[in-house]
Design a protein around this ligand. Structure first.
Ligand code: ASP
Length: 320
């Protein structure tokens, strides 16, 4: 039954040790601005009665377009100095899912993931086959130089230098990672998730993170929840983070917030799986736990109020 008041969209722009002192007020404003733009794009879809799937796609497209975030334009580089992007989308109505791994070409990797879901009988396409599929699907392509930002290139040089000198890793994610994602519940009570990333700075070419792995960094099922993760992808894969939240709701009867907190704070945190995630259920409840210093994040409900935050409890509030 349609119930517009439960419609809600949650987004993230990456998690990690985002040190307050390393962000100027201008940079902080720019991140909030980028998050608000993405919330507006997704909210427009939900407010017009659109589906959660279309809302998360629209929000992630906006984040991919913003060079501040590590997805699409502004993606980080592999150790070989190339961009290899991963993305996934999942529809909670029927567990349909699509994902791509290790691609560079489509302006919006999330549309490539959606094309895999809608136009093939597969879930995950990788490498050269994925690139060919994207071209044949007629997706808008950009030259590799379009994705390149000086900031990410400098971050790669710093990381390579650190490795040459065998210095300890300070784990600064502003330099190393990020990811963008969105989850939504629409008026009909359907949930969906979308995640897109450049991965981690200096990753080995061919490395695939958690974002395109269904059940790890991306998950959606109407009977439980939709989840999009960000953080040290290898841990999210090993602990099947998204599906683990589903399992705790489904089999242990936990509520959304309880299950999401348990996975991020009690499961991933203690083993060194730094990061966070966003989640919604089909009643429109939301959870945004993280076990590190900050997570770029935002929420907009049926009231159209845009709430964005970077660190703990520093939500800025603006009307759409
Ligand atoms: N989870 C992403 C990956 O491992 C990176 C991140 O979210 O920071 O590819």
């Amino acid at each position: 039954m349609s119930n517009p008041s439960r419609a809600v969209l949650v987004i993230h722009g990456g998690a990690g040790t985002i040190r307050r002192e390393s962000l100027t007020p201008e940079q902080e404003d720019a991140y909030h601005q980028g998050l608000r733009t993405a919330l507006r794009h997704g909210h427009l879809v939900l407010a017009a009665g659109g589906s959660a799937l279309d809302a998360v796609t629209a929000a992630v497209m906006a984040l991919e377009e913003d060079p501040l975030f590590n997805a699409g334009r502004g993606a980080v580089f592999t150790s070989a100095g190339e961009n290899e992007m991963d993305a996934a989308v999942m529809d909670g109505r029927d567990r349909r899912a699509g994902a791509v791994a290790g691609i560079c070409g489509p302006r919006h990797p999330i549309l490539a993931a959606r094309a895999v879901m809608e136009r093939t009988e597969h879930v995950l396409l990788a490498g050269e086959g994925a690139r060919r599929f994207c071209r044949e699907a007629g997706l808008e392509h950009m030259d590799p130089s379009w994705f390149r930002t000086e900031r990410r290139w400098a971050a790669l040089q710093e990381e390579l230098e650190r490795r040459r000198q065998a210095l300890p890793d300070d784990g600064d994610p502003a330099r190393k990672h990020g990811t963008v994602g969105a989850v939504a519940c629409d008026a009909a009570g359907n949930v969906a998730a979308a995640t897109s990333t450049g991965g981690m700075t200096g990753k080995t070419p061919g490395r695939v993170g958690d974002s395109p792995v269904i059940g790890a960094g991306t998950w959606a099922d109407n009977t439980t929840c939709a989840v999009s993760g960000t953080g040290h992808g290898e841990f999210f894969i090993r602990y099947a983070a998204g599906h683990e939240i589903d399992a705790r709701m489904r089999w242990a009867g936990l509520g959304l917030a309880q299950a999401a907190d348990a996975v991020v704070l009690d499961l991933l945190g203690p083993v060194g799986g730094s990061g966070g995630l966003i989640a919604v259920d089909a009643q429109g409840h939301v959870a945004l736990p993280f076990n590190c210093e900050g997570m770029y994040r935002g929420v907009v409900g049926a009231d159209g109020v845009l709430r964005t935050a970077i660190h703990r409890e520093d939500f800025r509030v603006e009307t759409a």
